[in-house]
Ligand binder design. Structure first.
Ligand code: ADP
Ligand code: MG
Length: 256
């Protein structure tokens, strides 16, 4: 308890919510994250782009400790990431994550998907959790699907449920790892619109995406990764109109 209140005071002093310092990570001989320094301010929307295999997903996964790191430090809201147990479950609630594959519980209804974590991790009573779940499903435009199972929904609807499920935990930051990459083209915008609204509402977001329109309109900052390093960081305007590194120029010439 003492630990928590001390950490809160630390945070009040700075606007930084997610801080990575000299983070290194290997998969065997592969140095997948190399001296990553990254600071995300409260309310900031950071889009991470870069070639396939550059370490973007691994970066996201280290931030909610789906992957451990070899050296360096990561803090959320001034606190180091917990190792295990209930504190780790709370961290995963504080750091909402939305994956490329929607990862909903297949044998639970949409409503149950968005209710479960609130009851188990956040200790809400069931009625309160369901009310919050219905409000969030409404916010992402799938209220009418509440009693259905994930397989009965389109990909775009499932991904919006996944966003609602993460939001139900009242996260401090949301991580999106290519949330529209597995979607049919006509469903991409309905998911991006929900994310745009979330950004406008002030959510702190780290978004790995190839949707450059989203990056231009929603991001405060673009982080460009290549070969496990952050090669360049800039505002979207600066980055897209005047990339500095050859790696970024080469990448943009291929995708734009
Ligand atoms: P990105 O998301 O930018 O495409 P990833 O973070 O998924 O990149 O992967 C970076 C590199 O790490 C790739 O070469 C990938 O093959 C490798 N990698 C990712 N996860 C693992 C793992 N669990 N074990 C071994 N290698 C991995
Ligand atoms: Mg990836």
């Amino acid at each position: 308890m003492t630990e928590v209140s001390v950490a809160k005071e630390d945070v009040a002093a700075t606007g930084d919510l997610v801080v990575l310092k000299s983070v290194n990570k290997h998969f065997g001989a592969l140095h997948v994250l190399q001296d990553i320094d990254l600071t995300i301010a409260r309310g900031e929307v950071v889009v991470v782009i870069g070639p396939s295999g550059s370490g973007k997903s691994t970066l996201c996964r280290t931030i909610n400790r789906l992957e451990t790191i070899d050296s360096g430090s990561i803090t959320i809201d001034g606190k180091p990431l917990p190792e295990e147990g209930k504190a780790l479950a709370r961290l995963r609630a504080d750091v909402g994550m939305v994956f490329q594959s929607f990862n909903l519980f297949a044998h639970k209804t949409v409503l149950e998907n968005v209710t479960l974590g609130q009851v188990k991790v956040r200790k809400k009573d069931k009625k309160e959790a369901e009310e919050r779940a219905r409000a969030l499903l409404d916010r992402v435009g799938v209220a009418a699907q509440a009693e259905k199972y994930p397989a009965q929904l389109s990909g775009g609807q499932q991904q919006r449920v996944a966003i609602a499920r993460a939001l139900a935990m009242e996260p401090k930051v949301m991580l999106f790892d290519e949330p529209t990459s597995a979607l049919d083209p006509e469903m991409i915008n309905e998911v991006l619109e929900v994310m745009q609204q979330l950004a406008r509402d002030g959510m702190t977001m780290i978004v790995v995406t190839h949707e450059m329109g989203f990056a231009r309109s929603a991001a405060n900052r673009v982080v460009f990764m290549a070969d496990g390093r952050i090669v360049e960081q800039a505002t979207p305007d600066q980055f897209f109109s005047n990339p500095r590194s050859d790696r970024a120029k080469d990448f943009l010439s291929k995708i734009l």
